[in-house]
Design a protein around this ligand. Structure first.
Ligand SMILES: NC(=O)c1ccc[n+]([C@@H]2O[C@H](COP(=O)([O-])OP(=O)(O)OC[C@H]3O[C@@H](n4cnc5c(N)ncnc54)[C@H](O)[C@@H]3O)[C@@H](O)[C@H]2O)c1
Length: 281
């Protein structure tokens, strides 16, 4: 496939571009930042004219794409004023989705976020491990936009039943260089309670994107995408008892199994995380 990847210069996008190319796909990277290079087209996604043009064709680069992977966003609360997060992220996503609809690009995979599960869990989760079964609980403007984007996608596929939109609710994205810090997390159980001690290796994030491109049917669906384990060496039972006493525990938590369930992604997408911080040197 020829695949447009937005946010191609970012932490996750760089790895997704590399892995999609390694899997044999042709990739056109669209990002407002980045260095000139093969397959990269500098594009401001808040400008619909640029978006529809860049996805239609770009001289000397491509004459249309088969699929779209949308990762561009201001990637967390607090980096920019809330209003800037709202305007940038919602406009970029609407423009990208709408251009895809206009151009008949029917396969879209994009980055939603773990935050819609209710991070930073100042209000405890309804149960652990958390899954996608309870209603979204955005607690920041950043997360509100992620929730609105999922809502927008539901309506777009209702209007265009041949289109497939997959929202991947990524956990906190990590690359191997981040893992040196992980042993320090154990000292304070509350330091990483905001996402239930979860994370996702960017390479597994890329795997989830690939699987969704390969297997997601028409329609909309959302999936939690996390590593198989937590960031902690302390056991789950101890962490949950200390930080979330009284929260319903469903099933066997395992010692270090992720408290973000990826059962749905495993079952419906064939997602199978391969990378753990515990295996890095
Ligand atoms: N990093 C995380 O922990 C995390 C967790 C869950 C979800 N996500 C989501 O995953 C995606 C990728 O995150 P990341 O960590 O790689 O972030 P990043 O900041 O490293 O990369 C995002 C890229 O998007 C580009 N971008 C932003 N606005 C743009 C615009 N208007 N036009 C063109 N390009 C624009 C930026 O230039 C940047 O290169 C985002 O949608 C983010 O919300 C990230």
């Amino acid at each position: 496939m020829r695949i447009a990847v937005t946010g191609s210069s970012g932490k996750l996008g760089t790895v997704v571009v590399r892995e999609l190319r390694a899997a044999g796909h042709e990739v056109i990277g669209l990002d407002v930042a980045g260095t000139r290079g093969f397959g990269f087209v500098q594009t401001d996604l808040t400008d619909y004219g640029q978006v529809i043009d860049a996805l239609t064709s770009v001289q000397d680069r491509h004459d249309g794409v088969d699929a779209l992977v949308h990762l561009a966003a201001i990637p967390a609360p607090g980096i920019r004023p809330d209003v800037a997060v709202f305007h940038n992220n919602i406009a970029a996503t609407f423009n990208v989705f709408w251009a895809a609809v206009r151009l008949g690009i029917t396969k879209i995979v994009y980055a939603s976020s773990e935050t819609v599960q209710g991070l930073p869990f100042d209000v405890p989760p309804p149960y652990v491990p958390v899954d996608e079964a309870y209603p979204a609980r955005p607690e920041s403007v950043y997360s509100l936009v992620k929730h609105l984007e999922e809502t927008m996608a539901v309506e777009l596929v209702r209007w265009h039943p041949d289109t497939s939109i997959t929202a991947l609710r990524f956990s906190n994205v990590m690359v191997p260089g981040d893992y040196a810090e992980f042993p320090d997390f154990d000292a304070d159980a509350r330091r990483r309670k905001w996402n239930l001690w979860s994370y996702i290796d960017a390479r597994d994030g890329a795997q989830a994107v690939l699987r969704a491109l390969q297997s997601a049917p028409a329609g909309f669906d959302h999936f939690l995408i996390a590593a198989a384990d937590t960031v902690m060496s302390r056991p789950n039972a101890e962490l949950v008892a200390e930080v979330f006493p009284g929260v319903e525990v469903r099933g066997d938590l395992g010692v270090h199994d992720s408290l973000f369930s990826t059962e749905k992604a495993r079952r419906l997408l064939g997602y199978a995380p391969q990378h753990s911080w515990r295996d890095e040197d």
